[in-house]
Ligand binder design. Structure first.
Ligand code: SAH
Length: 397
């Protein structure tokens, strides 16, 4: 018998507009006792079919849409078609040679709510974030193995948002053996070690690939400071672009160790790179007090605000580091500044950066606006899919 989620009168609007989520407040009743992740038919109060969706009894996102076609059967065949479409999008938008590390599936925006798949050379990393994606996890692994030919699929579902769906954190090999050491990937003509088992996120910040490449265009001859450097992504691109020197800061000793290895892997001159294990907020203050200056600064901090509710605290953090960066920039200096907080809009971020420049008494202009890579698309009816925004600013002198 069909398991059904019946909506309250008039609450079908956002679904009809293409949004993939049904919030608990929109649900009038649940029929047929679906288990976590099971497929339900979502129907209007009047009984009209709206979608096939994955049920999640614990989450305030009570269901996530798999399909809006009543004729569809939710299962391997449908998921194969969706995965093929996601792979095609990447093939058509990322020229061969740009990278072999990319996001193959970006959840809701690829029509696969709760599923994230990143590819690092021959290794796939799977992240399962919803009860529905959890229910079909083995099916996804089978289909992905077949479609990509990758023999190793490693799961990195060790993220706390799973708690909202009533799911425990989990990490480990799902197909094949866990890689014994870091996987080597190539991006923008540079090679990087990626630790898919222990690295941050799924191992690498692949969403910044084209922004790292963009930095090369501004780097020649500059004295650069890369804040929140992780394993050296922006650092190596700055050096490849001809930076005179790059000082890179991160609070993680493991990340810095890997960054040094990445520098060596590419045969880049170690004497043009310095690494500092420190808290960026403290280090920037110290540099200001010492009267130090740079002519290229990158700020790529971790997520300060996952949701809009935490935006205010996040805003203070962004303001603080951007203000210090504007002070440390020499006239004519370039700032690459980012926010990956979903709760901070591009508009708000620009206002924060503008406020920071004003308080630093810096006259600055925006040269470019940056975002997440094309392998992290945003479905037009799922604006929540956009999280990364960046500005390239110039401090006029
Ligand atoms: N720009 C990097 C990704 C940065 S991710 C790239 O292109 O790969 C954010 C980094 O900030 C992480 O490596 C994390 O270890 C570091 N970090 C978080 N809080 C920090 C702090 N207060 N001071 C210094 N580093 C911090």
């Amino acid at each position: 018998m069909e398991k059904t989620l019946r909506l309250k009168n008039g609450r079908e609007k956002s679904l009809l507009q293409g949004h993939p989520w049904v919030f608990s407040g929109a649900v009038a009743r649940v029929e047929g006792e679906p288990g976590p992740g099971e497929t339900v038919a979502v129907r209007s109060e009047g009984g009209d079919f709206l979608a096939w969706a994955a049920y999640s009894g614990q989450s305030s996102i009570r269901a996530r849409v798999w399909s809006r076609d009543p004729a569809d059967e939710v299962g391997a065949g449908l998921f194969r078609r969706k995965l093929q479409a996601a792979l095609r999008l990447r093939e058509e938008t990322i020229p061969p040679g740009e990278t072999n590390a990319l996001r193959l599936v970006h959840g809701e925006s690829d029509g696969l709510p709760g599923l994230v798949v990143d590819r690092y050379a021959g290794v796939l990393v799977l992240q399962v974030l919803s009860a529905g994606a959890e229910f079909w996890r083995e099916t996804f692994a089978d289909e992905l193995a077949e479609l990509t030919g990758c023999e190793v699929i490693y799961e990195r579902s060790d993220v706390d948002v799973r708690g909202l769906e009533g799911l425990p954190e989990r990490a480990g090999a799902l197909r094949g053996e866990a890689p014994a050491g870091p996987v080597v990937i190539e991006e923008n003509g540079l090679r990087f070690h990626v630790d898919v088992c222990r690295g941050q996120k799924t191992g690498f910040y692949i969403d910044q690939r084209r922004n790292r490449a963009r930095l090369q265009a501004y780097a020649a001859g500059r004295d650069a400071l890369n804040c929140f450097c992780y394993t050296g992504g922006f650092t190596l691109n700055a050096l490849a672009g001809g930076a005179a020197h790059v000082l890179s800061i991160d609070s993680s000793a493991e990340a810095l160790e890997m960054a040094r290895r990445n520098l060596a892997l590419n045969g880049l001159p170690a004497e043009r790179a310095d690494w500092l294990e420190a808290d960026v907020f403290t280090a920037l203050r110290k540099f200001r007090d010492q009267g130090r200056s740079f002519d290229l600064i990158v700020l790529d901090p971790p997520k300060f605000a996952p949701t809009a509710a935490q935006a205010e605290r996040a805003a203070r953090g962004y303001k603080d580091i951007n203000l210090l960066a504007f002070k440390l920039l020499r006239p004519g200096g370039i700032l690459f500044t980012f926010s990956c907080s979903g709760g901070v809009s591009a508009d708000l971020f620009q206002k924060i950066v503008a406020g920071a420049a004003q308080d630093a008494q810096a006259d600055a202009v925006i040269l470019e606006r940056l975002g997440q890579g094309v392998d992290h698309p945003t479905a037009l009816h799922f604006p929540e899919g956009t999280y990364l925004k960046g500005l390239v600013c110039r401090k006029n002198g």
